[in-house]
Design a protein around this ligand. Structure first.
Ligand code: GDP
Ligand code: MG
Length: 163
C-alpha cells in the first residue's frame, strides 16, 4: 500500500530541497512556467524501496509578511487533509521560531501521523536547534540534511511502517 506525505513548515526551512531530493526528475507537473503559481506541488517520491506521493507546500514563499499566517494555515490545512502523514520541517540552524510554534499548534491538533524533521542538521551548528525541536511536543526529531542527503536512512525508518 502506498501513502501520501505532505511536507509542511515555514518558508526557507528546506521543504522544496527535500521534495526535489525525494522526487528527482519524476515531478508530475512542471511548476516553473513563468506567471504560473502553484501552491501545492505533488510528485512521485522514492526513498530506498518505498514509493509514495509527496506534496510540497510551495506557495508560502510568495506570501507577504502580513498575510503569511493566514495563508500558511490554509495551505497547511489543505495539505494535511490530502495526506496520510505530515513531515513538519524546521531549520535546525535557525532554531525554533515563533512561526514554527504556530505550525506545531496546527499539527498537534490533528490526529494523524506527524513526523518532525530538523533539517540543515549537517555539522555542529545544528545541535542547539535539534534540542529546541524536542520542545515542540511532536516527539523525537529526525535529523536530516536535505541538501547533503544526510539522515535519509532515519527518514526511511520512520516512513517504512506506513507503507
Ligand atoms: P522552502 O522554502 O522550505 O521550500 O526551502 P528551500 O528548499 O527553498 O530551501 C531554502 C534554503 O535552504 C536554500 O538556500 C537551500 O539551499 C537551503 N537548504 C535546504 N536544505 C538544506 C540543508 O540541509 N542544509 C543547509 N545548510 N541548507 C539547506
Ligand atoms: Mg519551497
Amino acid at each position: 500500500m502506498s501513502f501520501t506525505l505532505a511536507i509542511v513548515g515555514r518558508p526557507n526551512v528546506g521543504k522544496s530541497t527535500l521534495f526535489n531530493r525525494l522526487v528527482g526528475k519524476r515531478l508530475a507537473l512542471v511548476d516553473d512556467t513563468p506567471g504560473v503559481t502553484r501552491d501545492l506541488r505533488e510528485g512521485a517520491a522514492r526513498l530506498g524501496d518505498l514509493r509514495f506521493t509527496v506534496i510540497d507546500t510551495a506557495g508560502l514563499e510568495d506570501a507577504t509578511d502580513d498575510s503569511l499566517e493566514g495563508r500558511m494555515r490554509r495551505l497547511t490545512e489543505r495539505a494535511v487533509e490530502m495526506a496520510d502523514v505530515c513531515l513538519f520541517v524546521i531549520d535546525a540552524r535557525a532554531g525554533v521560531t515563533p512561526v514554527d510554534e504556530i505550525f506545531a499548534d496546527i499539527l498537534r491538533k490533528r490526529s494523524g501521523h506527524v513526523i518532525l524533521a530538523a533539517n540543515k542538521a549537517e555539522g555542529a551548528a545544528a545541535e542547539p536547534g535539534v534540542y529546541e525541536a524536542w520542545g515542540l511536543g511532536l516527539g523525537d526529531p529526525v535529523q536530516i540534511s536535505a541538501e547533503h542527503g544526510e539522515g535519509m536512512n532515519e527518514l526511511y525508518a520512520r516512513l517504512m511502517p506506513l507503507s
